[in-house]
Structure formats: structure tokens, C-alpha cells
Design a protein around this ligand. Sequence first.
Ligand code: CMP
Length: 141
Amino acid sequence: MPNELTLSIIKPDAVSKKLIGTIIKRFEEEKIKIAAMRMKRLTKPEAEGFYAEHKGKPFFDSLVSFMTSGPVVLMVLQGDNVILKNRDIMGATNPANADEGTLRKLFAESIEKNAVHGSDSPKSAEREVSYFFKKEELVNL
Ligand code: CMP
């Protein structure tokens, strides 16, 4: 789809490894626009609500604890087919299965501490962008 939006999160593991600039540079090199950006530490309710679809799974509590362990960078990425494009740049959820050169292959430690999040479909992108950002916060690039 032309001119899509997707939510990207630089997770606490990547922030603590000082990879914010490297990851943003990669998006810019790939001609992806950043329509909004904020750094913050997620609260437990925020992380639980964001990952609500995983509630009840064995990794849920650990995921929430990890995602609230330090600051994250929340970004809205914009561009043609950016949902899929971002997923290609990130690579597979489990870094063991991620292709060479992807952010997760390069920087993830484990399936949980996997450096970045990206929305996985147009429906989740819409939900996830609006979970963290108001329409007025998106710049008109
Ligand atoms: P993310 O793309 O943010 O979406 C859900 C997150 O849950 C995923 O990245 C991982 O960080 C985490 N996750 C998914 N599957 C597992 C798993 N089997 N064990 C631990 N964490 C997982």
C-alpha cells in the first residue's frame, strides 16, 4: 500500500547498547520517513495493553518485565509498503532464524531481547500507532 504507517519500537536491550542512532540511520538509509518519535519508559499497564494479544502465553510476564526494564524509543515510520519493508529490515522474531544483515540478526540477543518491534499487519499497525500517538503528533512529511 502506498504511504503506509507502522509502529516501530527500539527495545530496552538495544537502547542500553547505544544502538538508537544505528537503527534510525538504517531506516533513513532505506528511505523510510520518521513521522513521529518519542523516548520513554513504558509503564506495566502500557506494556500489558500493548501486548494484550499475547496475554496468557508462557512468555507474557517476562516480556512485560523486559519491556518495562528501561527506556524504549517509539517511532511511527511512514512510506510505501513500510509495514512489510520494516519487517524485512528487522528479520525474524527469533534472531536464530533471522537473515544476515537484518537488525535482529545483527543486534538481538534472544527471541525476547530482540532489539526492535514492528507492526505485523495493516490492522495491528493502525492499533499500535494510535496506542502511542495522537494524529496531531504525526508530522506532515
Ligand atoms: P515483538 O515483535 O515485539 O512481538 C511480541 C514479542 O514477544 C516478540 O517480539 C518477542 O520479544 C516476544 N516473544 C515472542 N515469542 C516469544 C517466545 N517464544 N519466547 C519469548 N519471547 C517471545
